[in-house]
Design a protein around this ligand. Structure first.
Ligand code: FE2
Ligand code: FE2
Length: 172
């Protein structure tokens, strides 16, 4: 039977019989819950350290979303590269949106690096970007004091690890 789920990380609604990772932000399925259990993740006062880390997070996510969108457009419409990077871009933009909400700011305009000239190079750059993000988010998770900020980085690490994995599988 189809049910309504809400992602505890990005707050997006999802209708389905079975839950998997969030299709919007890539959070692991443990974060998709019934609406009755939902509370906004970003409803929390950040410590100065969490604020510094969150700004860094927002910058990483904005660059990644902008770059992936351009990679998607640089490839033939409906090709694998186009579809894959379209979805990468969506997920990263969702992350940027949540980071902006934590900071209480408007989501900045998507601005970031340009495609590298070939699918091979873009997949390599993606792997590098995602692994860098995972490394930083592990540190930010340790720095975090609030459960909600911890949840956010836990979900992000899961999502970005998945991206790095897909990019390196496609390089083989
Ligand atoms: Fe989500
Ligand atoms: Fe992300």
């Amino acid at each position: 039977m189809v049910k309504l789920f809400v992602c505890q990380v990005c707050g997006e609604p999802y209708l389905g019989a079975n839950i998997d990772d969030c299709p919007f932000c890539g959070a692991p399925k443990k974060y998709l819950n019934k609406i009755e259990d939902y509370s906004k993740l970003w409803d929390v006062e950040l410590t100065p350290q969490e604020k510094t880390d969150m700004k860094d997070t927002l910058n990483l996510e904005i660059n990644a979303a902008a770059y992936y969108k351009k990679v998607s457009k640089a490839n033939e419409k409906y090709s694998k590269m186009d579809r894959l990077f379209k979805q990468f871009a969506r997920v990263e933009e969702e992350h940027a949106e949540v980071a902006a909400k934590f900071l209480g700011v408007e989501e900045p305009e998507l601005k970031g690096e340009d495609p590298k000239g070939s699918p091979q190079k873009d997949l390599e750059r993606t792997k590098e970007l995602e692994n860098t993000a995972v490394g930083k988010y592990r540190k930010f998770l340790k720095n975090a004091s609030s459960t909600k900020v911890k949840k956010f980085y836990d979900a992000l690490i899961h999502a970005e690890q998945g991206h790095a994995q897909i990019a390196s599988d496609d390089l083989k």
